[in-house]
Write a protein that binds this ligand. Structure first.
Ligand code: CA
Length: 512
């Protein structure tokens, strides 16, 4: 994708693609101010919003990223603010005849390193980046007891085991009062099962159950794992103190084992990261997301795995994704998963126009087509080797699309279930988001955000809009931070402050 920076006096604009008939000012453009080539603002245009570059007529397509964002409801002479109110949302592309394999990039940039220092997990496809004791509740009923126990473990036991990074309660609202036998119940059930097996928990499994819940232990554990060494059933314990003693006793045994683990040098094939964005603005798609895409290409080129997600954000770019699918099977699964999500939204009486959020729109994103193209930029140029249904784990290495909701705190746990051990999170408007089971590196799309959130943003990609860095330079900086973080030599801010969101589990089934 060509990126043309138009420099002129006071206000610069960025045009992403040669075909574009709109550009975005990199700062607020008051009515009457002048752009390159003598173009004058006809009205106030906020930073990051779109300005028409030529005299556009009612019915004309507004082109950005080289694609149509929709048709104009009224004339928009050069210098007009192209806002949501004058744009018709284009129809969702059909899923029946998606092209596949006709846009495969074989040559990816070469990474400066090919190894990282991680934790081996026997039998696991990927290695860990952290050494954490994860304790899962099988039902919300036990969460109160588990939370008290985890606080005691952290203060009384954890200091004795310095090689263990943390103890995390994996609580959730699933487990009972749910339609456990419906087809889509497979989604929350496999999400929890795969989350429990995330490599950052080191294969030391621990589940606290109640005893009468619908989500039974055999749904979370493989037969050889469903043993008394891994499971505590609260209804079998002697009162509250008996429960706490049992949990602390089992946790101590697990901590002893985890404490003996050591980091070893591993090829990047063993590293799996997630890519997500939240609080996006019009700069996300031209700074933070393409920089993350470049970092992803470096990792994938070196044999590693990167998972990107967020169905409603890529839905309108389905044909672009499908063209990058490595084979027909992968493109068919893409179509199937996007189709499932269309039906899910329809059942809820909504459609994809429910995304973007009001904050996205204030930031200049007019509709989901514009957001989709900016969102897809985070996947770089690598071919898509696999598509995952919500909560599934990969069977391949490389660039993978996991069909998840776009909501940050739903996407996060689903990517963790997919085996990510580190997440890169791009933000324009800003969010203090974090995950307890894995470090999260936050990348800002604008320098203004980095300036007010010095101690929350790890990498500023606003340097790209300012013309101080190229996408590749920022992407390489991010890649190096990914490797340092994965190897335990660097902690991103969210990890330093232990900022972590609730692990919200995506449950599309009916409650009972
Ligand atoms: Ca998100």
């Amino acid at each position: 994708m060509d990126r043309i920076l138009i420099r002129n006096g006071l206000i610069r604009t960025i045009k992403v693609h040669p075909l574009d008939n709109v550009a975005i000012p990199v700062e607020n453009a008051p009515g009457g101010s002048e752009f390159a080539g003598g173009l004058r603002c006809r009205e106030d245009i906020p930073q990051g919003h779109k300005v028409s570059l030529t005299n556009l007529k009612k019915g004309d397509a507004v082109i950005r990223y080289g694609v149509s964002l929709g048709k104009l409801r009224q004339d928009a002479p050069a210098g007009t603010h192209i806002g949501e109110h004058i744009l018709e949302l284009p129809k969702a592309p059909g899923l029946d005849e998606l092209p596949w394999g006709n846009s495969i990039t074989v040559s990816l940039p070469k990474a400066p390193v090919t190894v990282f220092d991680g934790y081996e997990v026997p039998g696991n496809f990927f290695a860990g980046t952290r050494n954490i004791l994860g304790i899962m509740s099988s039902v919300q009923c036990v969460a109160g007891v588990l939370n008290v126990a985890v606080e005691k473990i952290k203060t009384e036991l954890l200091p004795k085991y310095p090689a263990v990074d943390d103890v995390v309660a994996i609580n959730h609202a699933y487990g009972c009062g749910v339609a456990i036998n419906t087809r889509d119940a497979a989604i929350p059930i496999r999400t929890l099962k795969n989350l429990l097996h995330n490599p950052n928990f080191g294969g030391e499994l621990m589940v606290v159950a109640l005893g009468c819940e619908m989500l039974t232990l055999d749904m979370l554990l493989r037969p050889e794992e469903n043993i008394s060494e891994n499971v505590i059933v609260l209804q079998n314990q002697q009162g509250f103190h008996g429960m706490i003693d049992a949990i602390l006793g089992m946790a101590e045994g697990k901590l002893q084992k985890l404490n003996r683990r050591k980091r070893v040098s591993l090829p990047l094939e063993r590293l799996c990261i997630g890519l997500q964005c939240g609080g996006s603005d019009a700069f996300s798609g031209i700074t933070a997301n393409p920089a993350a895409g470049y970092a992803s290409d470096l990792l994938v080129g070196a044999g590693g795995t990167a998972i990107f997600s967020e169905v409603t954000e890529v839905r309108d770019g389905a044909a672009f994704l499908s063209a990058r699918c490595i084979d027909r099977e992968t493109s068919q699964k893409l179509a199937r998963e996007l189709g499932w999500y269309d039906a899910y939204l329809e059942q809820g009486g909504t459609d994809r126009s429910a995304n973007p959020s009001p904050g996205n729109k204030q930031g200049g994103l007019v509709n989901i087509m514009e957001k989709a193209m900016g969102s897809i930029a985070k996947s770089g140029n690598a071919p898509i080797v696999e598509v995952l249904a919500p909560g599934e784990t990969p069977a391949k290495r490389g660039l993978i699309f996991a069909a998840t909701p776009a909501g940050d705190f739903l996407c996060g746990p689903l990517q963790l279930a997919g085996g990510i051990t580190l997440q890169v999170f791009m933000t324009g408007r800003g969010t203090p988001y974090g995950l307890a089971p894995a470090p999260v590196i936050k990348v800002s799309s604008r320098t203004a955000l980095k300036n007010i959130w010095q101690d929350l943003i790890d990498i500023d990609a606003g340097t790209i809009a300012a013309g101080e860095e190229t996408i590749e330079e920022t992407g390489l900086r991010l890649f190096n931070m990914i490797i340092e973080t994965a190897s335990g030599r660097h902690k991103p801010w969210a990890e330093v402050y232990r900022l972590c969101n609730d692990l919200a589990i995506f449950d599309p089934t009916a409650a009972t």
